[in-house]
Design a protein around this ligand. Sequence first.
Ligand SMILES: [Zn+2]
Length: 437
Amino acid sequence: MSLTTTPDLATQIADAIDGQSIVDMHTHLYPPSFGTPSAPTGADANGLMLYGINELLTYHYLVAELFRVVSPSEVSVADFWAMDKTAQADLIWHKLFLDRSPISEAARGVLTTLQKLGLDPGDRDLAGYRRWFDEQDPDKHIDRVMELSHVESITMTNAVFDDNERQRWLDNPAVGDDPRFTAVLRFDPLLCDWPAAAAKLAEWGYDVKVDIDDKTVTEVRRFLGEWLDRTKSIYAAVSLGPDYRYGEGRHGSAKWADGNRILTQAVLPACAERNLPFAMMIGSARGVNPALRDAGDMGFVADVPSVTELCRDFPDNKFFVTMLSRENQHELAVAARKFGNLMVFGCWWFLNNPSLIEQITRLRVELLGVSFIPQHSDCRVLEQLIYKWDHSRTVIAKVLTDKYADIAATGWRIGEDELARDVKLYLRDNFLNFLKR
Ligand SMILES: [Zn+2]
């Protein structure tokens, strides 16, 4: 059946999107093998698999919103960090859900999540929600959450310079073998803080010097190769500040000389050798308000020419790039028109709001057609998959409805199979095909 003959294009598109399983290309989620701090039994205080209502309520997006509405005389930031997680969650629930309405995207997300899990947000029964989450077996709960969020595969972010995570890989080589999850090697210090990274590498037995020489480059490649293999990473990744600069003589690039040498002589060759993409998430300014910890970061405008020059200088490498500033999105989408080895993805962090997802997705469809990755979740807490994908699906469907209506108006007839094909590219195959490219 041709969609131009059906009365409700919007319904057809929403159904196609709802019927397509998603490969989520960037999260901070982990399987139970990495430890579960919130599990009622067998809890591992430093475990990495976060789930449950306390974690949902203490998400750093909501911590930031809490300190908009409590005064220091009422609860200081230091008081908040001294509380246990249950008390922090109680405070956030009280201040952001009961004392005022939870209409921010992060607060609304908790309500969508409860609703889809079959709990009634209308009950406002925090103790009841806690009891329900406590009854869930973490492993089976992952299956349920993936089913509800239509996610078939979860991509982790595996920070090799995080001692807690690194030790788990060394203690148990099978820690990453859960078939629902894939690994991504993340190593920000190699590019952003070479002296600190070099000290760690030396401690771990690699023959590296702070003054980078050829031997150091060889050793960094050996380190990367060992860890890409150990984790079976499907790509490699860093997050970079808005001040990141690549390119001969580019203003500000001098402070990145070490990082760029490691990038171009060790990281990119290691990726090219394995045909792995390299992901750059650019624009995060860490610790703008350090007292707020994870909630104290923000984003500023980054430098798109640094990306185009990398894509030009390294045609045998593949780059996933997302940027945190709305102001970068147009230039970045245009850059992707120039380089087939550049895959633009997602609406990151402060851009993961319906109004901005809509604007950015429209712009990308108009410039890039069906050749980009519209969204990733960036979840830190398991059940966030439910709301982040539910809210994004709705917005993507709205944008696509307009775009298909525009071509249908010319007389172009779109088959249901063609619509399903395009949606599959957006939510799954553009990512998987780029890995194989
Ligand atoms: Zn992230």
